[in-house]
Design a protein around this ligand. Structure first.
Ligand SMILES: Cc1ncc(COP(=O)(O)O)c(C=O)c1O
Length: 391
């Protein structure tokens, strides 16, 4: 289908809830996407940190083909081999105490599941979450998302359970912490919030406060998880073990999945009937996630993330452009904060016109979240064009 037809159908039949760029993609391979005219783009967006293996990774495609040809969906009324295998694999890549998984279909749903679990386990009423954080757009996850721009006009749907603290300010968590606090939620890096990295003192301080008050520490690794920061989980950089980890985006490399992961004891409160979802953890999506974890392990993809990102960060920090305010991040979650929104928009357009897709978070921060297989050579192509864009 040609682009104009796609655009006309979109504008006529879809909700107008997304601001879309004037392009539609027909296929992808490695870190490249091809539009309806066959034009190739280098992809540093990866479907917003989703396509961890790039596009159409041959081993992953084979795993998907095999799975589709024998079983795609059965209900959670039955035992599901692929789901059990995925939970076992997650057990091997999470801290020892995190033994149990619950599967759903998105990051927001994973956070809903985590919040329900925390409230049921602690029998408490308050949840603390960060200003400028992002946890999704369903009712409770929107409540946890401490940004009025996402909440405005939906207030009736947001529970008054949520109280907001200032990120990286331990005093502000302390002030609101009490014996009725079920959980403190946080991201190791606020991705949507403009790639703001948590300080070690803050993360460790939140861990200690949660332990002292009997509240659960829920770490949202929806964006930072599954290798994006160069380790399986961002919290490994901090040497902190949360009570609940949520993840989604990169876990199944493009198939919709979310996961809540926690301890035996905490998971035990979620007895039959307390939570569930029709599609959650179906054989196809779980086979996809198993294949992602296997490929990342087998092909030493985390080594690639660390090697390329270290050099990339170095080169970005060495850029002496007055248009750059700060370079931040970890692994393949890098933020280049530019001087203002107009500059960010112009840089994004320049890059697009030079066949490179980039994302801008929080108005003026270029957020680099490529597939985890992004190579040194692809980084070089990006840098050549990025320098030109800044000029
Ligand atoms: C940290 C974080 N949590 C939750 C979400 C929501 O995930 P989803 O869009 O899959 O519902 C996102 C999405 O960007 C996210 O970055």
């Amino acid at each position: 289908m040609d682009f104009n037809t796609v655009k006309n159908l979109t504008e006529k039949y879809l909700f107008p809830n997304y601001g879309r760029m004037d392009v539609a993609f027909e296929r992808g391979e490695n870190c490249y996407l091809y539009d309806t005219n066959g034009k190739q783009y280098l992809d540093t967006v990866a479907g917003i940190a989703v396509n961890s293996l790039g596009h159409s990774h041959p081993e992953w495609v084979k795993a998907m083909r095999d799975q589709v040809s024998h079983l795609v969906h059965v209900s959670n009324l039955y035992h599901i081999e692929e789901q059990a295998m995925l939970a076992q694999r997650l057990n091997t890549i999470t801290p020892d105490s995190i033994t149990r998984s619950l599967f759903c279909n998105s990051g927001a749903e994973a956070n809903e599941g985590a919040l329900k679990t925390a409230v049921r386990y602690t029998k408490r009423k308050k949840v603390l979450s960060a200003l400028n954080g992002f946890h999704g757009r369903t009712s409770a996850s929107l409540g946890a998302t401490g940004q009025t721009k996402y909440q405005a006009s939906f207030e009736p749907l947001i529970s008054d359970a949520f109280h907001y603290y200032t990120y990286n300010d331990l005093e502000s968590v302390k002030e609101q912490m009490d014996r009725d606090t079920a959980a403190v939620m946080l991201e190791g890096i606020q991705g949507e919030g403009g790639v703001i990295v948590a300080t070690p003192e803050f993360v460790k301080g939140v861990r200690d406060l949660c332990t002292d008050y009997g509240a659960l520490m829920i770490v949202d690794e929806v964006q930072t998880g599954v290798g994006r920061t160069g380790k399986w989980w961002c919290m490994e950089h901090y040497d902190v073990i949360p009570d609940i980890i949520t993840t989604a985006k990169g876990l199944a490399a493009g198939m919709p999945i979310g996961a809540v992961m926690t301890t035996d004891e905490i998971a035990s409160v979620m007895t039959p009937g307390t939570h569930g979802t029709t599609f959650g953890g179906n054989p196809l999506v779980c086979a996809s996630a198993c294949s992602v974890i296997d490929i990342i392990n087998r092909s030493r993809i985390l080594d690639n993330v660390n090697r390329v990102s270290e050099q990339w960060m170095k080169e970005l920090k060495a850029l002496k452009s007055p248009k750059i305010k700060e370079v931040r991040g970890m692994g393949f979650l890098i933020g280049v904060e530019l001087q203002d929104e107009a500059t960010a928009a112009a840089v994004k357009k320049f890059m697009f016109d030079h066949n490179i897709l980039i994302n801008v978070a929080h108005g003026k921060t270029v957020r680099l979240i490529p597939p985890l297989i992004f190579s040194m050579e692809q980084k070089d192509v990006f840098m050549v064009n990025f320098k030109l864009a800044l000029e």
